[in-house]
Design a protein around this ligand. Structure first.
Ligand code: NAD
Ligand code: MG
Length: 395
């Protein structure tokens, strides 16, 4: 019986994880569930899965949750705040930590899990984008097991010759390059001129995947694929020129590995995050995920085309930050988080997102990313600078 902590259990990945856990009550029990402030959702999860601990970021929400749990005679203990997140992800009572908080907020609790040598199921790509070198070093030094949940990285990991759970190192294994597939998001067929006027509702309506708001906007700008290029660099120890992005509108091939001998290995399946979540939960075994079997005849065809940097400037900016190195990727990530929120709040246009990120990248010099202090300082500086630009955008 493995004990699981889910950081961000009320989100899209959190819900899919609980769905898989409910299929295998004899294999997994829930140690801790955490959320930002969604009381009703966390309450229902606590009543169903009976975790030892529930963590809420928001104090008022935590009080409400504790009261409701008491009324329902639940034994779950409610804890509050960021330190409590680190406590549950490093606790001796948990074996597996599912890192499913969105954005930079996931970094410290995920790092805490790495320091405690846990098996980490990594969905929170922003943590790696911010602190790649430091994070991978922490994983290696503490013999943590890092398994990629992001569907592309999970696909690549499955196509690896030998599964190394700490470095996933491709060097010396005959790998020429990896090919990340991208659906292209909801605006892949729009005229570029139309992109100035798209709305948040249009941006979050993804054609193939159902996901949280932030990653849905990231998919529409293709910053999501850019963050994934950076994520792949750290997970697999590949240089940026070995990481290619190809548009594949059906999202059936989740990514590929291209070997020196001409073999290209792909992992396929229906676009449903329960597959990579189950793969990493049960690894090295394979168990049921609840995902429909892939019907290739129904899929009919698989299309591929080149990713277009003019339509998707965020993808270009991500490669640029990766090549610059140091804290440039943390700066990119922070500016993106601020710009995406401003777009969702209807303060800026869709096309302002890339513009703001580019300006922040140009104006803020990157530093060495070897200490957490420096990473967090540059993250904060990038947020302040990005915010100062929001008011300047003309509607
Ligand atoms: P989501 O917005 O649906 O859920 C986010 C979760 O994090 C919620 O439980 C929320 O309560 C919690 N949270 C939000 N802000 C927080 C804060 N400041 N402190 C603590 N907790 C906070 O997001 P999601 O779509 O589930 O994505 C989660 C992560 O997984 C992201 O990093 C995303 O890039 C990655 N990911 C998601 C998918 C997907 O299909 N949804 C696929 C691949 C990777
Ligand atoms: Mg992905």
């Amino acid at each position: 019986m493995k004990s699981v902590t889910i950081l961000g259990s009320t989100g899209s990945i959190g819900l899919s994880t609980l769905d898989v856990l409910s299929l295998h009550p004899e294999k997994f029990k829930v140690y801790a569930l955490t959320a930002n402030r969604s009381v009703e959702s966390l309450l229902q999860q606590c009543l169903q899965f009976e975790p030892e601990i529930a963590v809420m970021l928001d104090v008022a929400a935590a009080d409400k949750l504790a009261e409701a749990l008491k009324k329902n005679h639940s034994k779950t203990i409610v804890k509050i705040g960021k330190k409590a997140l680190e406590e549950v992800s490093s606790s001796a009572n948990t074996d597996i930590v599912v890192a499913a908080i969105v954005g930079a907020a996931g970094l410290l609790p995920t790092l805490a899990a790495a320091k405690a040598g846990k098996r980490i199921l990594l969905a929170n790509k922003e943590a790696l984008v911010m602190s790649g070198a430091l994070f991978m070093k922490t994983v290696a030094e503490n013999a943590a097991t890092l398994l990629p949940v992001d569907s592309e990285h999970n696909a690549i990991w499955q196509c690896l010759p030998v599964a190394n759970t700490q470095h996933h190192d491709f060097n010396g294994k005959g790998v020429r390059k990896i090919i990340l597939t991208a659906s292209g998001g909801p605006f892949r067929d729009y005229d570029i001129e139309q992109l100035d006027d798209v709305t948040p509702e249009q941006a979050v309506a993804h054609p193939n995947w159902s996901m949280g708001q932030k990653i849905s906007v990231d998919s529409a700008t293709m910053m999501n694929k850019g963050l994934e290029v950076i994520e792949a660099h750290w997970l697999f120890g590949l240089q940026s020129q070995q990481i290619e992005v190809v548009l594949h509108r059906q999202s059936v091939i989740h990514s590929m590995v291209d070997y020196e001998d001409g073999s290209v290995l792909a992992q396929m399946g229906n676009p449903d995050m329960r597959t990579p979540i189950t793969n990493t939960l049960s690894w090295p075994d394979r168990i049921a995920s609840g995902v429909e079997p892939l019907d290739l005849v129904k899929v009919g065809r698989l299309d591929f085309s080149a990713a277009d940097f003019a339509r998707f400037p965020c993808l270009r900016l991500a490669y640029k930050a990766l090549n610059e190195g140091g804290t440039a990727t943390a700066i990119l990530n922070a500016a993106n988080e601020i710009a995406v929120q401003a777009f969702l709040d209807e303060q800026i246009r869709f096309t302002d997102i890339a513009r703001i990120i580019e300006e922040v990248l140009i104006e803020l010099p990157a530093n060495d990313a070897t200490t957490l202090e420096q990473i967090l300082a540059d993250d904060a500086a990038a947020r302040t600078l990005a915010k100062s630009k929001i008011g300047l955008c003309i509607h």
